[in-house]
Design a protein around this ligand. Sequence first.
Ligand code: URA
Length: 432
Amino acid sequence: MRMVDIIQKKRDKEELTKEEIEFFVKGYTDGSIPDYQASALLMSIYFNDMTDDEKATLTMTMLNSGDKVDLSSIKGIKVDKHSTGGVGDKTSLPLAPIVATVGIPVPMISGRGLGHTGGTLDKLEAIPGFKVEISEEEFINQVSNIGLAIIGATGNIAPADKNIYALRDVTSTVDSIPLIAGSIMSKKIASGTDALVLDVKTGSGAFMKSEEKAKELANALVKIGKSVGMNCMAVISDMNQPLGNTVGNTLEIEETIEILKGHGPKDITELVTVLASQMIVLGEKAESLDEAKEMVNQVISNGKALEKFKQMIEAQGGDSRVIEDYTLMPHAKYKIELPSLESGEIQVITADEIGIASMLLGGGRQSKDDTIDYGVGIELHKKVGDQVSEGESLLTIYSNSEYIDEIKDLLRQNIKIGESSTPKELIHDVIQ
Ligand code: URA
């Protein structure tokens, strides 16, 4: 078999065989296929798509490039959630303890942020001492004992994805439905969960900018999951403006704790409730979404979900006193307000650019090896649809430098104020 023939076939819109897909994935992982040929194939896939069979084969081949976590010793239906990534999206952090409190084991393997999107693991590391790299045995024991753990990928999960993802990142082939589907589902199937709720984002801060593409991706993800017997569903949610009021690591942990105390912002609290309810139904602890929603409200109002979050922090070596004392987490030296130059209604807060501003402050990575400044970030005081008066603060910038004029300009350019607005629905669709 020759790589050049496989590239030509996909370039000419033909369907690849299982053997051809395996040849590519194995060859690229072991280094026998060079970057230039792999790039050509990725770009052909980007333009010409893949059939359902090709997507399933790509997923299974990437999955089989590494190990699978065996969670069978944990009792009950294990349910995880995966988001396609966003700005201010700290949903996993309150969600996992809520669902675990209801009695569903949540073994969550999460990622780090790159570019404008934040990562759950980076946020957790704002808590002093919190360890996200623990052994598979410790992970399984923790989920068995307290019902949840949020960790980074252990050992050798889908190593083919690591190489292919890094190449996609530099060849502008990240936002391809078959490639995203293969990447996400190979890792999720390898993580050993029984059921999965997918949060597929749509809008300016998402990989899938249009709702149509987000639905196509959601359908592809759900279909692959079901083909291997995983109980899967997807929610399409809005990512045109940041989720919640904060972007930045310490700030997002503070907001998580506020959500678990019942004082969280409306949008993120709603999304957490919707996703948690779906997980509770998949985990068979409630028969209807209404019943599940009641359970979510109850474990927030009686403080049990917050207590579960505290248990997780302690189990993973973190200082759980942060729950009552936010000053124990890293904070930025300067708090700088951005006053509005006009009066009116907020029409747009472009999510990806707000994410980039937070990254430029040091809260995210421009390249894989950058270190994170946990204390920096942005706190929005206004969301789309809110009224603002001239001179009133739109947001607070948390920075370790006073010289941030470019970042202020970037933020200003990406907040549009006018006479009226049409805020987008938070939940666009549900795909069963
Ligand atoms: N998240 C992933 O894990 N992979 C992708 O390709 C995109 C988002």
